[in-house]
Ligand binder design. Structure first.
Ligand code: CTP
Length: 432
């Protein structure tokens, strides 16, 4: 496929360079069309090297080729990332004062915009009106993520990570991972999870102490959401049960249930076990909750001796309970149950040894063991996971972005139950 990547003039323009690489690596022909402002953030030689094609900015370059018309007509998709407030205003007004806006105005190919800007600019009624106008043209908009912005502040407006834009764009275009080269999108030809109903829990539970306080954990929910994204990409019907998550939940999932505490999560999981084929317990479920919930805000008194002592009680182990339930109700249960464990190891026992013991204790079919360190695990973009099999299969180590690891893990699991060969050539490294 021929993909035009339009790049607006924002700090996130550097991520477009990665996006070029992702599409290029997957075998697509990529054309970078930056605005003049974008070139203040990322250099023309970089874009030319990564795309393998010349880069122009205005309609007056290569005039005899009528460049904007050619780019627009030959494109199978136009993806604009980052789409800045100004660029979207120009697109909404139908301006054509540079090569990018002229290309978008001319093309018949699907247009996908990934906006990125400061929260105030994103929330301004002018921008929101422009987004609505652009959607009314049929353009698809990938919602900006919540997170750190250019300065020290954070909020909505961040450009999602290139892997996420790539995955969402493929999904919106109806292309699968391997839809490359000439011809039509390949649609459903490589969807190893087609027909499978996945129930994925994500994020950290919060155990309330009083109306304003809770006990929580550091889970960001990124791994669970990456799994949900990858699962939909691979053809599954996805129901995400989200506890507290720090990243945006993609809008394309089949169903999302929000929960807060471990008990609520358990209730949501058990309500859907009968209509689930694969249960993935990615959530960090609190092992304990306060024994007593105080209905009004706990106050401190002048007497330190009165300081409260929090007593904890055990939460149910949802994963273990699901495995036990399946033993007596195999017809109304998932055929595959996957647990996740973040392990640090210690001076006597390695993370994998802890993982193997946990797999035996929980009785699930797989346990994805994630080694937690300062830079890996909670909140990190990249991940290293070893998938342990409770069915006697071999252990598989996967490294890469959380999305790539998710894709590879799901392909591996799907291969085992579909019994056909998976493995994407561009996936993360598989070490056996
Ligand atoms: N899990 C669960 N219910 C709990 C605790 C954990 O369903 N109350 C699930 C998690 O979603 C995960 C797996 O069990 O898939 C492993 O979680 P982990 O916290 O590592 O397990 P624990 O049994 O709590 O082990 P540890 O003592 O190491 O915390």
């Amino acid at each position: 496929m021929r993909v035009v990547i339009g790049i607006g003039g924002g700090i996130a323009a550097y991520k477009a360079a990665m996006l070029l690489r992702l599409f290029g690596k997957a075998g697509h022909e990529v054309i970078a069309v930056p605005t003049e402002a974008a070139l203040k953030f990322v250099g023309q030689p970089t874009l030319e090297a990564l795309s393998g094609n010349p880069v122009s900015v205005d309609v007056f370059e290569r005039v005899p080729e009528v460049n904007h018309v050619r780019q627009a007509e030959e494109a199978d998709a136009v993806i604009v990332a980052p789409a800045t407030a100004d660029l979207m205003a120009r697109l909404a007004a139908g301006r054509a004062n540079d090569l990018l806006t002229a290309t978008v105005l001319t093309t018949h190919a699907p247009v996908i915009l990934a906006p990125a800007m400061h929260t105030q600019m994103w929330e301004h009624p002018a921008t929101q009106a422009n987004v609505a106008t652009l959607k009314s043209f049929g353009y698809r908009v990938i919602e900006p993520a919540v997170g750190r912005l250019t300065g020290p502040d954070s909020g909505v407006g961040r450009l999602p990570e290139p892997e996420d834009i790539y995955a969402q764009a493929l999904m919106l275009l109806g292309w699968n991972q391997d839809a490359v080269g000439e011809g039509q999108p390949t649609g459903g030809s490589d969807l190893p999870l087609a027909g499978q109903r996945l129930l994925i829990t994500a994020g950290g539970t919060r155990e309330a102490l009083d109306p304003v306080r809770f006990l929580g954990n550091r889970s960001s929910g990124k791994q669970g959401i990456a799994l949900a994204t990858a699962a939909s990409e691979l053809g599954a019907k996805v129901h995400l049960i989200a506890a507290h998550v720090e990243v945006e939940i993609p809008g394309h999932l089949d169903r999302v249930t929000r929960v807060s505490s471990a008990l609520q999560l358990r209730e949501a999981v058990f309500a859907h076990l009968a209509d689930t084929d694969v249960l993935m317990m990615t959530a960090a479920v609190a092992d304990f909750r306060p024994a007593d919930y105080v209905g009004t805000k706990i106050k401190k008194t002048d007497d330190p001796a009165q300081d409260p002592v929090i007593q904890l009680v055990r939460n149910p182990d949802v994963l273990k309970e699901a495995v036990i339930y399946r033993q007596s109700n195999p017809q109304q249960s998932p055929h595959t149950i996957v647990g996740f464990a973040a392990e640090t190891g210690d001076s006597t026992t390695s993370p994998l040894e802890y993982g193997r013991a946990k797999l035996a204790r929980k009785g699930c079919d797989y346990l994805a063991v994630n080694t937690v360190s300062e830079t890996q695990g909670f909140g990190a973009e990249d991940n290293a996971i070893t998938l342990l099999s409770g069915k006697g299969g071999h252990e598989v180590s996967l490294q890469g972005s959380k999305l790539d690891v998710s894709r590879a893990m799901l392909r591996h699991i799907a291969q085992e139950f579909n019994n056909h060969s998976p493995s994407s050539p561009d996936g993360p490294r598989e070490v056996q």
